[in-house]
Design a protein around this ligand. Structure first.
Ligand code: F6P
Length: 340
């Protein structure tokens, strides 16, 4: 028998950049909500669709065959109107019209800011972290990062094959907006010779050039540099490096392919869990919370508390990346008692 809850009608929307695993979260909200006796509305095109009443009542079958699909079946948008009092008023008006008492917002920090404003107007709101960038401070996991970083890793392996065959240097730019998590993880996973991160911007082009020449001299057939989107300028960097080293250098910007594709098992399972937690929180009458995964457990934080948190890129991971890559020859030389 369906459990009775304080909230009878909920809505779910995806907002900001899409991320693989969002469909698993939507599916979880729909089916877990229905199992609790709630009416569940799917809101299309994020807050824009909410304001334009692009809304559909969801049945369990509406989310069949979606868990394995990339993107978001609800579509998504970046909605500037949510930053205006008129936009908020319109969103609240539509929620009242449809009887939507609780709303699950799957997205990033920008989406939570809109959610927080709706919560201040009496709509119960729960945020679920959805972004490939992993740049939400209150959580160590965001929906889509695992798939995106695996997609980028596989693409970089392929670039490495051709780079090595042609004995070229390759600069591969990965997504992440202002955050370097995808770059750092790929740097380690792909064994990159160099990683350029916005959080640790100690970029020294001459050092990079010396490194490339040194590696070539010692017999390395490729030199992979992972550059984060937040640093950018990969094409001009490649031109300067080629001119200075005499080694053919190519820039590859991986771009939007990192956001697509079927979600990994981790993204499907964690997104499903987070979607269910969001519904449970609404069922308990909670509002203004954001679901998180930190220190080995799923938890939830006050949205404002979550938005005020900061997180730093892991210094030890950076050290690992550097120790395992271009220091390789130096460490070998040191072990042999030679000058590094
Ligand atoms: O937030 C995800 C992300 O893909 C970032 O990595 C990137 O900077 C941004 O979205 C691109 O946004 P848009 O889809 O609006 O071009």
């Amino acid at each position: 028998m369906a459990e009775t809850t304080k909230i009878k009608t909920i809505g779910v929307l995806t907002s900001g950049g899409d991320a693989p695993g969002m469909n698993a979260a939507i599916r979880a909200v729909v089916r877990h909500g229905l199992s609790k006796g709630m009416k569940v509305y799917g809101i299309y095109r994020g807050y824009t669709g909410l304001m334009e009443e692009d809304i559909k009542e969801m049945r369990a079958g509406d989310v069949s065959d979606t868990i394995e699909k990339g993107g978001t079946i609800l579509k998504t948008a970046r909605c500037k109107e949510m930053r205006t009092p008129e936009g908020i008023a319109r969103a609240v008006e539509v929620c009242h019209k449809y009887g939507i008492e609780g709303l699950v917002v799957i997205g990033g920090d920008g989406s939570y800011r809109g959610a927080e404003k709706l919560a201040n107007e009496g709509i119960n709101v729960i945020g679920v972290p959805g972004t490939i960038d992993l740049d939400i401070a209150c959580t160590e996991y965001t929906i889509g990062f695992d798939t995106a970083v695996n997609t980028a890793m596989e693409a970089i392996d392929k670039v490495r094959d051709t780079s090595s065959s042609h004995e070229r240097c390759s600069i591969i730019e990965v997504m992440g907006r202002a955050a370097g998590y995808i770059a750092l993880w790929c740097g380690i996973a792909n064994g990159a010779e160099d990683i350029i991160l916005p959080e640790k911007y100690d970029y020294d082009e001459q050092k990079l050039i010396d490194n490339i020449i040194d590696n070539k001299r010692r017999g390395k057939t490729h030199h992979i540099i992972i550059n984060a989107e937040g640093v950018g300028h990969s094409a001009s960097m490649a031109r300067r490096i080629e001119a200075a080293t005499g080694i053919e250098t190519r820039a590859t910007i991986l771009g939007y392919m990192q956001r697509g594709g079927s979600p990994t098992c981790k993204d499907r399972v964690y997104a499903s869990t987070m979607g269910c937690i969001a519904v449970d929180l609404l069922a308990q009458g909670k509002t203004k919370r954001v679901v998180s995964y930190s220190n080995g457990a799923f938890r939830d934080y006050d949205i404002n508390e979550g938005l005020a948190m900061t997180k730093n890129i892991d210094e030890y991971q950076i050290e690992i990346a550097r120790s395992l890559s271009h220091n390789y020859y130096k460490s070998e030389a040191l072990a042999d008692g030679r000058e590094a």
